[in-house]
Design a protein around this ligand. Structure first.
Ligand code: PLP
Length: 393
């Protein structure tokens, strides 16, 4: 069977090979510590589970409107009012099957062949692939480590061409944990307004911020920036609801309408009981979002010094999300490896710790470690990595 061209241009997930290898070693009985997880290790808070169960018992087991239940849209509008002090109308909200699918739908609605989307590196692995699937071209600008992996307005300005359709912002960032300040966002936003480039602001890690950092949405900075931005968010990371698959987009009603039409022919609607659970997530609060945030912060602070004490490892301290993204190029050299990918493979083989190489995120000198795992396992993983580096030096 000859497959479609669009899938032949897809880059397979770089995390896949290492995850498959880790799984294989685990099945052979090895004590593998996986630091690849992109999801909180807590169960979904009980009040959310109860609301979803109740909804099914009450008979809410049928299709809903494609862009989501009016009550859920209301709850999301309430969240934006509380957290960002911005007002959206129901026609400016689309609820979809996870932020990932919402982004997919957005690029399908937005891009024609050859349209360019500017993506800062290091990037979340799905952005380039989703842009390519919509026949667009990803254009990369480098978030320098010396600038906490953030891009500047000058870099953005230089990358813009007449084909540029959108610019992707992800603050707090996966994989770096970096966050843009309000001033930095304003400067980037000015460039986007000047060239009429749509800002796609992925704010999925909004609630996971540390060290007193505060999250700013670029859409809250002015009415003009709100008009220029599609905010993408969801409950996967904030409420530990990765398996529920609920995310949403907020912004220009014309774009939201096009996305809704697309959704009506693809998902029909996001899962009904998951929508009811999300209404509870946004309208009730038992304190668990903050409890989970604190647990992540304690882990980050508890392991950071141990990580940067490993010879040849340096790390920009993350301000948000739940990943560490150290530069390991010196350690790789010290250990006589030609690249980070083979070093990561050898650590898995020898010390049974699964890291994700940075190459898949457009940052070949780095690795990603998720701290969405218990403190004891994190400590043990770092002890093993340190032993590996010392044994090979
Ligand atoms: N955006 C970023 C930056 C992510 O890291 C993820 C999940 O890993 C998503 C979006 C997708 O989240 P969801 O579970 O809502 O699809």
């Amino acid at each position: 069977m000859r497959l479609a061209k669009r899938v032949s241009t897809l880059t397979p997930s770089s995390t896949l090979a290492i995850t498959a290898k880790a799984k294989e070693l685990k099945e052979q009985g090895h004590d593998v510590i996986g630091l690849g997880a992109g999801e909180p290790d807590f169960n979904t808070p009980q009040y959310i589970i109860d609301a979803a169960v109740r909804s099914m018992e009450e008979g809410h087991t049928k299709y809903t409107p494609s862009a989501g239940l009016p009550k859920l849209k209301e709850a999301i509008i309430g969240k934006f009012k509380n957290d960002q002090k911005i007002s959206y109308k129901p026609a400016e909200i689309l609820v979809g099957s996870g932020a990932k699918h919402v982004l997919y739908t957005l690029f399908q609605a937005l891009l024609d062949e050859g349209d360019e989307v500017i993506i800062p590196t290091p990037y979340w692995v799905s952005y380039p692939e989703q842009v390519k699937l919509a026949a667009g071209n990803p254009v990369y600008i480098e978030g320098l480590e010396s600038n906490e992996f953030k891009v500047t307005a000058e870099q953005l300005e230089q990358a813009i061409t007449e084909k540029t359709k959108a610019f992707i912002l992800n603050s707090p960032s996966n994989p770096t944990g970096s966050m843009y300040s309000a001033d930095e966002l304003r400067e980037l936003g000015d460039v986007c307004i000047k060239h009429d480039v749509l800002i796609v602001s992925d704010e999925i890690y909004e609630k996971l911020v540390y060290g007193g950092a505060t999250h700013t949405s670029i859409a809250e900075l002015s009415e003009e920036l709100k008009e220029q931005t599609i905010v993408v968010n969801g409950v996967s990371k904030s409420h530990s609801m990765t398996g529920w698959r609920i995310g949403y987009a907020a912004g220009n009603a014309e774009i939201i309408k096009a996305m809704t039409n697309l959704a009506s022919h693809s998902t029909s609607n996001p899962t009904t009981n998951a929508q009811y659970g999300t209404i509870a997530a946004y309208t009730e609060d038992d304190g668990s979002v903050e409890t989970m945030r604190q647990a992540f912060e304690e882990r980050l602070n508890g392991v950071f010094d141990k990580l940067v004490a490993i010879p040849g490892v340096s790390c920009v301290k993350p301000k948000g999300a739940f990943y560490l993204f150290p530069n390991v190029s010196e350690a790789v050299k010290l250990n006589g490896f030609s690249d980070v990918d083979s070093w990561v493979e050898a650590i898995l083989e020898e010390e049974k710790v699964a890291l994700v190489p940075g190459s898949g995120f457009g940052a070949p000198d780095n690795v990603r470690l998720s701290y969405a795992t218990s403190f004891d396992l994190l400590e043990e993983a770092l002890t093993r990595i340190e032993r590996f580096v010392r044994n090979h030096t």
